[in-house]
Design a protein around this ligand. Structure first.
Ligand SMILES: Nc1ncnc2c1ncn2[C@@H]1O[C@H](COP(=O)(O)OP(=O)(O)OP(=O)(O)O)[C@@H](O)[C@H]1O
Ligand SMILES: [Mg+2]
Length: 268
């Protein structure tokens, strides 16, 4: 098992008050090459789970349980080891690409940076690889755009750059927290297709987080439904869509536009 999360609990300490638990004993696992969707409404704990998985919980968080990545527990791993894992073995795509990108650095240089620092690429080789990646995520006129700053690009283009950065170091596992939420529906579909093709081609495992079951349904093998920090159900995505076992999942399904339901061949 590539990622094996066992009985994860996360609580936040507050001054002069007892800590509040926001994730209540969550367990799930992801095999090599598998895609898992985590779906749930706003505040259900999805981002806390994704931050825990890459070892980026804030200092006020207390986490218990285990997050085994290739057998190593992320929760007890020393920071230098975590640092090596991040980017190198575990990539992350953030919800708002503008916050994840460095506004003062050309996008090509941002993609090249990790290749130079972590993979020993020469400057020239890293730039060539950055160009290849920009083409791979289908940035039009990539040879020109490689020297653009993030603010000179559209939201969709920035998100593609975010994907290129996450894929540059060829991680084994990619965590994407609401990667398309900020984008309009057509761009969203395009980016999901690109992501889907690339992870399949590269054999990367994916944890895709979204409040939108339509997004999850499109590209995941298995789905975990969360509500208020707890699991409602998990299983093959098809089963969750066709035979939701929980009233909350049925609510999420009912909230999907009928057009999306029809395209996924889910009943009324
Ligand atoms: N740094 C923090 N300190 C205290 N509480 C936090 C912190 N981060 C998150 N929480 C709390 O944890 C709970 C889960 O938040 P989280 O951000 O994981 O939700 P989410 O499912 O990602 O929601 P959204 O869909 O809006 O992104 C919320 O109640 C939130 O208030
Ligand atoms: Mg979130």
């Amino acid at each position: 098992m590539m990622l094996d999360v066992k009985d994860l609990r996360v609580a936040f300490r507050r001054e002069n008050q007892p800590a509040t638990e926001v994730v209540h004993g969550l367990s799930f696992s992801v095999k090599r090459g598998e895609t898992l969707g985590i779906v749930g409404e706003s505040g259900s704990g999805k981002s806390v789970v994704s931050l825990a998985t890459i070892g980026l919980l804030p200092g006020t968080a207390q986490a218990t349980g285990q997050i085994l990545f290739n057998g190593q527990d992320i929760l007890t791993l020393p920071e230098p080891d975590l640092c090596t894992l991040r980017g190198d073995k575990i990539g992350m795509i953030f919800q708002e690409p503008m916050t994840a990108l460095n506004p003062a650095m050309r996008v090509g240089a941002q993609i090249a940076e990790g290749l130079i620092l972590k993979k020993g690429f020469s400057k020239k080789a890293a730039r060539a690889e950055a160009l290849r990646l920009l083409n791979m995520v289908q940035i039009p006129r990539a040879a020109e755009r490689i020297d653009s700053f993030p603010h000179e690009m559209s939201g969709g283009q920035r998100q593609r750059v975010g994907i290129a950065i996450a894929l540059a170091l060829q991680p084994d596992l990619l965590i994407a927290d609401e990667p398309t939420t900020a984008l309009d529906v057509t761009v969203q579909a395009e980016i999901l297709n690109i992501l889907d093709d690339l992870i399949t081609e590269l054999g990367i495992s994916l944890v895709l987080i979204s409040h939108d079951l339509g997004v999850i349904a499109r590209i995941t093998d298995r789905t975990l439904v969360m509500y208020r920090g707890a699991e409602m159900e998990q299983g093959p995505t098809e089963d969750i869509l066709r035979r939701p076992g929980h009233a909350y999942t049925r609510k999420l399904l009912a909230a999907m536009p009928s057009r999306v339901r029809a395209s996924l061949e889910v009943g009324p």
